[in-house]
Ligand binder design. Structure first.
Ligand SMILES: [Zn+2]
Length: 448
């Protein structure tokens, strides 16, 4: 037997434990993990010099933009950024132009992604206007739905509990999760009106307009709907102790909820606005050091399920404005997540097992990405080789993303993705893209 590729002299992270072994890849899949001497012959052989192999990251919160927002990012630039950051699958969010909110718009995005993607791309759709269409969207391959409770995106009025409940029930019937941006629209808009009237337009005003109570109230509202619908809700980018506590209570009750945090909410606090200005602006915003500590204390015992970047690229001019109300919230994250987290592993704040659970195993489970997220024979060969000792300073001017800014600019990190393999093919090697567009697959749900 001769396989495509053998990676030898590696330390492989298998279900959280490091095993000294090699790994054989053939026709896109992992065909053997064994001691180097027991691996088959291969057309390509690579000595990994003792470096660690992790499952490629599955980033379940990514805004790929493209279409009419291609000036911010395209599937090509976005998936290049992913490969550079050791991310082998992304889940795209629907707040696009046009909004992904039905089987037609979903298929259009899939067509576009298929030609350009260097890593795997799966899709979340917004709810369509007619709830009967939900089944069609799932049949077209959406891995989940995204509901924005802070603004009107998609086909249904998210302020209407009855409608939202009906949509949740239909998603539950189709077996897909609903990712929720939980922030109460009325609280935010009222706060904003008052602050604007008082002449405020600074970053701190934005933080005030998005209080923890807006997050917590929205989460509590969604939890009531979860109880009555049986849907799996995945709370996106939880940012406050108050919001987190509401989720933890629900988890204790045994509700089917999961939650994610972003690297920026885990590693930065609102003091960062004084340094990065609106370039650090995100929605939800950076919060207090107490909120940051609360996220860490929930992360360690496993109450947080996922770390996702919320990669939300914007053009430089959309950030470089005078008033915070004009600034677009969102930061690029695909190229910084893994190095930032490896730094925490090196500091002893996070274990490799936790990193893998939060960035690969759990997102694969929640969004039913079949045969991904775990390094084992028979699974897709999506993996990242990391150098734990490599030290560098984050420099957004080197990003593959079109968004050349980052609140992490200038931060010293230790740990770096060296090589990224997607579906058995080497896509990124030492910071260079070495594969052609189309290496990534369109990942559809496997429910049909
Ligand atoms: Zn987002």
């Amino acid at each position: 037997m001769q396989v495509d590729t053998v990676l030898s002299n590696a330390r492989i992270c298998i279900r959280g434990a490091l095993v000294e072994a090699g790994i054989a890849l053939d026709e896109g899949k992992i065909v053997k993990i064994a001691k180097d001497t027991n691996l088959p012959a291969a057309s390509t052989k690579l000595d990994l010099k003792g470096h660690i192999v992790l499952p490629g990251l599955i980033d379940c919160h990514v805004h790929m933009r493209d279409q009419q927002l291609a000036y911010k990012e395209t599937f090509f630039t976005g998936t290049s950024a992913a490969a550079a950051g050791g991310v082998t699958s992304v889940i795209d969010m629907p707040n696009n132009k046009p909004v992904t909110m039905g089987s037609f718009s979903l298929k259009e995005r899939m067509k576009l992604a298929e030609k350009q993607a260097l890593v795997n791309v799966a899709f979340n759709s917004a709810f369509p206007k007619r709830l009967e269409e939900i089944a069609e969207v799932v049949k077209a391959g959406a891995v989940g739905f995204k509901a924005y409770l802070s603004s009107r995106i998609g086909g249904i009025d998210v302020d209407d509990d009855e409608l939202l409940l009906a949509a949740f029930r239909e998603a539950a019937a189709q077996g897909v999760p609903v990712a929720v941006h939980a922030e109460d629209r009325e609280i935010i808009e009222e706060q904003r009106r008052e602050l604007e009237a008082a002449g405020r337009n600074d970053a701190d005003a934005y933080v005030k307009a998005h209080p923890p109570e807006a997050e917590a109230q929205s989460i509590r509202r969604v939890l009531r709907l979860v109880k009555n619908s049986g849907v799996h809700v995945h709370f996106c980018h939880v940012s406050s102790a108050l919001g987190l506590n509401a989720i933890l209570m629900a988890k204790k009750e045994g509700l089917a909820v999961t939650c994610e945090v972003t690297p920026h909410n885990l590693l930065l606090s609102s003091g960062q606005y004084g340094i990065s200005g609106f370039f650090a602006l995100t929605d939800p915003p950076l919060r207090t050091q107490e909120d940051v500590s609360a996220l860490w204390s929930a992360l360690k015992p496993g109450f947080i399920d996922v770390i996702a970047s919320d990669h939300a690229p914007h053009a430089f001019e959309e950030k470089n404005v005078d008033s915070v109300w004009e600034a677009k919230p969102g930061v690029p994250g695909l190229e910084t997540t893994l190095s930032l987290l490896l730094t925490k592993v090196n500091e002893g704040r996070l274990s490799l097992a936790e990193l893998v659970r939060l960035t690969a195993e759990e997102p694969a489970k929640i969004f039913h990405l079949s045969k991904r997220g775990v390094l084992e024979e028979g699974n897709w060969a999506d993996l990242v080789v990391v150098d734990m000792k490599h030290e560098h300073v984050i420099d957004s001017s080197e990003f593959f993303s079109k968004a050349k800014y980052s609140p992490f600019d200038g931060m010293h990190v230790k740990g770096k993705p060296l090589k990224t393999f997607v579906n058995g093919k080497l896509v990124m090697d030492e910071g260079e893209m070495v594969s052609e567009s189309g290496t990534g697959h369109i990942v559809r749900n496997m429910l049909i």
